[in-house]
Design a protein around this ligand. Sequence first.
Ligand code: 5AD
Ligand code: SF4
Length: 479
Amino acid sequence: MKTKIINTPDLLKAASRKKEVTNFCVANAKHLKDLKPLAKGKKYYIRTYGCQANVRDEETMRAMLEDVGYSFSKEVENVDVIIINTCAVRENAEDKVYGEIGNLKRLRKKNKNLILAICGCMVEQPEILKRLMDTFPEVNLFFGTHEIAQLLDLIYDCYSSNERIVAIESKQGEVVEFIPDCRNNHYKAYVNIIYGCNKFCTYCIVPYTRGKERSRHFNDVIKECQRLIDAGYQEITLLGQNVNAYGKDLDEGKDFADLLEAVAKLGIPRLRFTTSHPWDFSSKMIDVIAKYPNIMKFIHLPVQSGNDEILRKMGRRYTREQYLNLVKEMREKIPGLSLSTDIIVGFPNENEEQFQDTCSLVDIVQYEAAFTFIYSPRKGTPAAKMEDNVSKETKTRRFQELVKHLEKHIEEYSNAMVGNTYDVLVDGVSKTDENMLSGYTETNKLVHFKGDLSLVGTIVKVKIKESHTYSLIGELVNG
Ligand code: 5AD
Ligand code: SF4
């Protein structure tokens, strides 16, 4: 099969942050009419790895595919289009993708017209793209996060040219409004408010794969939230790699605190946001969170390390003291606040003392939830070029030690919830016990309890009976 290269990735271009005006546009397929008869009666399968931005991208792709006539299939067998939406943030996320494609390539042998596509952050790194292209000749479409708006045209190209297509442009990116809208969930929704990232933390590949920070227009976000409320949604999560930077690239005179307040005022029962960089988390934002009962008292505030030298090498732009002062202000102004974080263990040359600073910070902050990672070098990032004298065994040992520090408080927090009653937004049948329902409290604690399926998508009161560190068992409170 011949390969048609439309664009290939280039990390230097991806890292450029020129002061260009952001291009705002609406997704528009050139070949919509031609594709419709080809798509009619056909099925697609999509599998997403990684963060909420990828989950939202999946929804966007689903909307486009369904608009043109494809229908969604839960099973991968006997479909006509397969899309694997990848994540590049750590090596283990990538390994899963290699495994999955390895299992899928047999399907192309069975169906020569199958479109097997890989998209997302992985293919935006030149060496990974090359490896994927060499290892899996069965994959006939590669596209990046910036090409999602062109998905239908790319699929049409695959049908009409019978070539393998590579369309991955490294660029700062634009703001594309997608019409129609599609949601995987009918009571909880993600709403993008800002794309990309300008922070360039030295370990992170995201600023290269997702482009520059670019905010959606204030009114476009508000309109989307209003539509969700009108459709009966119970929860909105405002989404961005760094939501705090919202509006800084626009001249609309609005910042994230203004947007958060405006969405809260629309009256959605539960409003969340993620992710927040501690560097530009303003007091104004804290005040807005404290003021509105429908803004959930849950903040994800990645710290990454508790040591100043490591924070500096990570390019995080705050010190341990500044972070702790921010936490203090949040805890003082927002009663009942639940804090979660991300922490990386084993950054290049991290020594024992520096690691212990992270453990002591964890003991001070007493996070209610946390995600912990072992550092994974990402080719093309500054940290990947740093010398690293920390052995794998030491990193693993530290990882386990850190988890113990974190779990101590998480367990205490869970135990303290026993006997109290909480509002829970019911998600569905529990993944661990089909006789139970599960849902989340306002502070994002997972609760399992017995109840009727008709409760899914509603907010109910649940009295907590048992605590299991990361989840709780409760009982529905009638009335
Ligand atoms: N290695 C390990 N963890 C990483 N993260 C980002 N890049 C890396 C990396 N190279 C983690 C950070 C970030 C979370 C989404 O993933 O903790 O906050
Ligand atoms: Fe990556 Fe840092 Fe941007 Fe988060 S803020 S996406 S860790 S570069």
